[in-house]
Design a protein around this ligand. Structure first.
Ligand code: SF4
Length: 326
């Protein structure tokens, strides 16, 4: 089954209903990225990309515009068009051009969700600054913890990321939201929810000075079994510390739970749409029903078919059963 560039819409805690654009093709790999995060909801990375030049067959601006033009007609109430997907979108250096062209055909706000890995590059910052919103990950102010959590490709350094985020913010283009994914572990793996880590994060966030800071923990089954969500009481405690040090008006604690927002999506190939959604974001049965606005009775045979064909698999997590690509 061939995945498409445009997928969703996805219902998210941060962006409401957004149409996804995946600008890196998987090629022959099950999963590629320039990080291999311990908390990745899509499982292990089997090919680590070090540089944009290593991206085989990058998606073109024309492919994106064709995809949006076709898909857009079927969805009438989007909150965002979002560059995200199964790999780091800034590895495609055409993103800036894609954003310019999307603006010619749509007035829906554009978001780029990035792992921040390449923000030290001037060309990448220029591309990102064209969006309305950049949601950028920062898990630690300490190089060792950063490396333990992200397991980055060669050449990616935390200090370049910190400086790059500060530069991006100074450009005054896109609104910058830093996503702080807090993690706990059930062994002694280095994670980022200790007091010392939180202090260092606050110091670095003050230096970057973003518009918004989101504090959250993992809500889907992570790549590594030893990674567990930070308990809600501790999460609230950390958010409170962030509030005090960084200003309550820009800190947002994201807890689980979404409100259903009815849509009016015209489906053409529901099996492909369900598969495309799961490919980019593992979902529970209920989350698929909500995202695509379909009936449970419609979804049942599709899930059975995809599981039967071994396209997707069931993962049991503490908070429910998720479907993930095999
Ligand atoms: S969480 Fe994001 S950045 Fe990390 S490996 Fe997965 S896709 Fe890549």
């Amino acid at each position: 089954m061939k995945s498409r560039i445009i997928y969703g819409p996805i219902l998210s805690r941060r962006l409401g209903r957004s149409l996804g654009i995946d600008v890196i093709k998987k090629g022959e790999h099950r999963k590629n990225c320039n990080f291999d995060c311990v908390y990745c909801q899509l499982g292990h990375v089997d090919w680590k990309i070090s540089d944009p030049s290593e991206v085989a067959d990058p998606v073109t601006t024309e492919e994106v515009i064709d995809g949006i033009t076709n898909y857009h007609k079927k969805v009438d109430d989007l909150d965002y068009i979002t560059f995200s997907g199964t790999c780091e979108p800034t590895l495609n250096l055409q993103i800036g051009d894609m954003i310019d062209r999307i603006r010619e055909i749509s007035d829906i706000p554009i978001c780029v969700i990035t792992n921040s890995s390449l923000v030290g590059r001037e060309d990448v910052r220029k591309n990102l600054s064209k969006a309305d919103l950049v949601v950028a990950t920062l898990v630690s102010g300490n190089e060792n913890t950063f490396r333990a959590i992200h397991r980055p490709a060669e050449g990616i350094e935390l200090q370049d990321i910190i400086e790059g985020l500060r530069e991006l913010q100074k450009m005054n283009g896109a609104k910058l939201s830093i996503e702080v994914m807090l993690l706990d572990s059930n062994n002694d793996y280095p994670v980022n929810s200790s007091d010392a880590e939180v202090e260092k994060l606050i110091e670095v966030l003050k230096y970057i000075d973003p518009d918004e800071i989101e504090v959250l923990t993992t809500s889907r089954p992570p790549a590594e079994k030893f990674i567990v969500p930070v308990p809600e009481t501790r999460l609230k405690e950390i958010a409170q510390k962030f509030d005090e040090e960084l200003g309550r008006e820009r800190v947002r604690l994201v807890l689980q739970g979404l409100k259903r927002k009815r849509s009016n999506i015209k489906h053409e190939n529901l099996v492909d749409e369900v598969y495309d959604l799961i490919l980019r974001r593992p979902c529970t049965f209920e989350q698929i029903v909500q995202s695509l606005d379909i009936d449970k009775e419609e979804l049942n045979p599709i899930i059975e078919g995809l599981v039967g064909e071994k396209k997707i698999t069931e993962i049991i997590a503490e908070n429910g059963t998720y479907y993930r690509p095999t």
